[in-house]
Design a protein around this ligand. Sequence first.
Ligand SMILES: Cc1ncc(COP(=O)(O)O)c(C=O)c1O
Length: 356
Amino acid sequence: MEIKITKTTNPKQKPADQSKLSFGKYYTDHMFIMNYDEGQGWHDPRIVPYAPFEIDPASMVLHYAQELFEGLKAYRTDDGSIQLFRPEKNMARMNVSCERLCIPKIDEEFAIEAIKTLVKVDEDWVPSLPETSLYIRPYIFANDVHIGVHPAKHLIFAIILSPVGAYYPNGIEPVKIFVEQKYVRAVIGGTGFTKAGANYAISLKGQEEAEAQGYIQTLWLDGIERKYIEEVGSMNVFFKIDGEIVTPSLEGSILSGITRMSIIELLKARGYKVSERRISIDELSEAYRNGKLEEAWGTGTAAVISPIGELKYGDLVMPVNNGEIGEVSQMLYDTLTGIQWGKLKDEFGWTVKIDK
Ligand SMILES: Cc1ncc(COP(=O)(O)O)c(C=O)c1O
């Protein structure tokens, strides 16, 4: 399929100060759109000026939330070129979400081509200040004009771009995380392993509570026993306990993070022992009490490596590594960002260049 490109005649003013981009505040001049109609499949891929959608008030997505998304980034390297980080993993995961949400799958290679073409069209929007990048948000939503619960027959696949700085206001500074005990985010058999927008709607209440208590995000426990650690609001989570690096195993209720996957590969390549296993909040609290909780950090495309400086579980407040950045977290941050921004050799073959 050929991507038809219509360029804007009215380009926007780009943010003047790249140090104040923050996250998700600005959007570029163009967007990608493709339609799905039953009988026709995915069709009419096009890049058009960024503009609001016109959708019917009865559009199914507004009522039943049949929607999913992805998130990845384009990075500006020192020689001015632009690269993506493992886009094939995001597109493969997008299809995993499609399958669970009864959304027709996309052609993964074509979707990567669409991302590359869009980034190329808006290449002047890729910031160059250290730690800034262009966040890429592909998403698909149901657009049948029908108030009835059934899998959509008409959908829209879109990609928008946003130049971003650090996800958390204080960059790599350790964050404070609240362990949620009242609400749950996902159960095995549900949609926790997908990037369904609905998962995030469900998580807002916990997030609100965490913020009210001065914490930046929620650490979710499993929805059945309320015992096993799952993930943070927008990050997977790792702990270093008595020398062992532990991350919750993928049991079907948490997102299989691309950063998580990369960090596991990186740690193993550096000779660390990494266990993907179930870890309970009691085990973690016990390790803290015994002085064995050495480090904790979150991983995610937006948050990169985010050291955790404090965890609160009920009345138990657990400072981690004196609220400072740990040795392993720092090494992971330096290596991952070094590869992403092209400052270090990409020994794993993770980056994908966008043609000049
Ligand atoms: C719930 C959740 N978990 C984990 C992650 C990390 O995934 P990734 O490393 O692919 O960005 C995200 C990222 O957006 C997320 O929303």
